[in-house]
Design a protein around this ligand. Sequence first.
Ligand SMILES: [Ca+2]
Ligand SMILES: [Ca+2]
Length: 325
Amino acid sequence: MRSAFPIALVGVCLVSTPLLAQTCSLRTRGRCVFTMSGLPVGTLGEKTVDSGLIAAGIVPLSNGGSNSIGGVSSSSSLSGSAAYSLLEVQANAAVSTSSSSPNGAIAGVDTSPQTQFTDRLTFQKAGAPNGTPVQVRFTLIADGSVSRSISFAASPLAARASVRATLDSGAFSNPIGIGLDTYTLNAGDVSMPATVSRVGTVFTGSSYNVNAAISANLSFLNLAGGQSGQTGATGRARVQIEMLTPGATFTSCSGTQYTPCNADLNADGRVDDADFQSFAAAYNILDCADPAMPVGCPADLNSDGFVDDLDFSAFAVAYDALLCE
Ligand SMILES: [Ca+2]
Ligand SMILES: [Ca+2]
């Protein structure tokens, strides 16, 4: 959203009102549930952690707990990290009940998103006056997995796992969503792995927020009488930002450059063997129009519609460099 100073306030406030501060922050949080009937009063059955808003660094996320009584057990865990441009989350939940126990149990992970960053970008173009339109491309690269395993016949909603990465900014319309879900994707989301870009027109001298987040949600299992089940979700996302107008640049509140690193196909900030496996699979498919190719054809590093030897040459350079910097 373009920054706007509320002119009406100027007349009202005799004391000068500060311009909106440049904001950038990181946050991790989430609730784990691990409870059952029959627990002694006062037993911890859920736990919520929240880092609050942190200005800098990598913010780790760690949460979890378990209970068991009379042959019934319940556990859930959540971990991850938030850094500018790189987000990661993992979650697991499991329940089992003995056939002879009268107790039921539930487990799950929620509170969304669990890892997130907000940054504020200001655009410039040398020699151009403030208010000059320039174009910028925002890209979200996301990968992950979900799993669901239950010992009994049930609706998909009885034990649901989902992970979703999102990117939005006032600099472009239509927020990006990439996800996986054992039940059904969010409307408008494409499935992981995927690389999705939006191009926006922004104005020099103006500032725009960019927000990215990952959510992992594991629905509660409500089990009794000799049932068991487990769910898991893991997701990673990386954000890159590129100026398309020659001579245009941006600065960010956090100081992050959001440098493109297109060969990092699994969004973990490194170009290594895991990326090579994805690249090799795409190389065998060749044509970006093939339905088997991941959305956005991320392995087509030179954007010519095919994953071929030209892309392999570019991949090899990034593989040698290893880290996305
Ligand atoms: Ca990688
Ligand atoms: Ca290509």
